[in-house]
Design a protein around this ligand. Sequence first.
Ligand code: HEC
Ligand code: HEC
Ligand code: HEC
Ligand code: HEC
Ligand code: HEC
Length: 393
Amino acid sequence: MTVVMLAGLLAGACAAWRYQRGVQPETAHAAPLAMIAATVPPLETSEWLAAHFKHPVAAQGAAPAGSTEIEASLRPEACGACHVQQYTDWKASWHALGMGPGLFGQFPSLSVEDRVRCERCHAPLFEQAGNDELGAEGLTCAGCHVREHVRYGPPKEGSPIAGAPHQGFVAREEFQSAAFCMSCHDFKPTSSPVEGKLIQETTEEWRRTQAAAEGKTCQACHMPGGRHLWKGIHDPEMVKQAFDADARFISDGLRLVGKLVITATGVGHRFPTYVTPEVWLRVDQVDSEGLAIEDTRGEGLVARRVNIAERSELFDTRLLPGESKTLLYDEPLHPEARAVVARVEVWPDAAYERVYEGYLADGWGNASLIAEALANGKAARFVAWEQRVELPE
Ligand code: HEC
Ligand code: HEC
Ligand code: HEC
Ligand code: HEC
Ligand code: HEC
């Protein structure tokens, strides 16, 4: 952990970054997890769990004799007829969006093997492959809960309901473990790392946190009270819980000096955990109309940028809980400056935005779907924190 902090500080000491978009702004490389002590032992994938998420998931086969049409259906809408709350939550979640324009837009240019690889996590059911309707529903209820028409769910209090629909269910404790999420949120340990880190290793990050030591699973934060919400980096309220920020400035009338510091707090892995989001730290001097004055910007980034094709890491400034990132600011005070504004901006799909721009330029994939995915990514950006400090006239 010290390595990360030190690297962060050294990068911070190089003063405010001023750069054109696309120019590499950061130099630090967060330490590989192998160098950071874990707070809980490695997670076991039980035999049942390994079989549950084996890909391809076996065909469900015929529904048990006497099943009604709604009991036999794998459509989330059918489950939703009885499980209203879970359906309403799921429908608005990113799991339901698992097969959006970002996926379908790439499919025309991917090999069949690659598409099957994507479907393992994005639309895992055998019945979804080649089925336009069920396929487009992404990670469905059945993708997590149904195998060979048997319902599996977390243990519940009280006795099973006699004669319940779909012949009741089989209780499995795995539903309440981080190992359940690990099936898709961590790449296989055998996949090739970049700078000692897998492209996705959220559960391994979680194993280095105080939250894990306290028994707070992924579900505790992402499925509070069993709710099927899975809010993450796209949700401003969720992201506001992830960090604290503080900005201070002083001026002698000639220069404006200060800093913006953010500290990861309410997150259960690195902030952010994936390689796609970027968290921008920004400081601007603003004029009497509140407009940013050109050439007064200081900028820093909390993100991991990798070049997937070259398997290289440009930088990794993500923060484990308790770690901070400081943007130092030291610039001439502009004569028209009336205030200084410090901001934390979140671009949840930043890496994909760049990838999609490349696809459009190269004519790769389905252009109209890729353009839609790019527009969605841009529209998802938001300001997570902002502070304005007035300057004396
Ligand atoms: C006709 C109504 C109905 C439909 C349709 C239905 N369920 Fe259920 N489901 C129930 C009832 C009632 C129970 C409670 C059984 C019990 O407690 O013994 C239940 C229990 C469950 C459980 C276990 C809950 C727990 O506490 O662990 C899961 C998981 C589940 N259903 C998933 C599904 C999925 C997935 C679908 C769609 C593929 C579905 N159900 C369709 C009525 C329905
Ligand atoms: C990403 C996998 C996943 C998907 C998709 C999913 N669930 Fe669940 N579900 C879970 C997990 C994990 C739990 C246990 C949560 C806990 O106990 O903290 C659960 C719990 C449940 C329960 C038990 C009662 C409760 O709410 O805790 C029911 C019923 C249920 N899910 C139904 C559904 C239905 C219906 C859908 C689709 C509309 C669905 N699930 C989609 C993973 C999933
Ligand atoms: C091991 C599981 C896994 C595999 C395999 C996988 N993904 Fe994903 N993918 C994820 C997860 C998890 C996320 C969400 C990441 C996050 O936000 O942390 C995601 C997010 C995405 C997104 C951004 C969200 C969206 O829907 O627009 C795209 C696009 C995407 N994946 C495309 C692909 C493609 C194309 C493939 C196959 C070449 C693929 N994925 C294979 C797990 C996987
Ligand atoms: C079968 C694979 C699978 C399982 C199991 C799974 N996820 Fe996901 N998850 C995905 C994929 C794929 C995405 C990206 C969906 C998309 O493309 O929009 C995702 C997205 C998410 C996101 C939203 C990220 C964002 O961009 O805001 C959160 C949060 C999340 N998952 C949490 C969980 C948790 C917690 C569990 C365990 C209870 C879990 N997931 C289990 C495949 C899975
Ligand atoms: C202490 C609460 C907490 C725990 C525990 C936790 N998360 Fe998160 N998670 C958050 C918060 C807050 C965010 C939003 C900020 C962010 O994106 O890092 C988030 C974001 C995410 C995202 C969005 C993508 C991204 O790049 O950040 C995914 C995916 C995710 N979590 C999966 C998981 C999984 C899987 C686990 C368990 C191994 C887990 N989380 C444990 C709080 C938690």
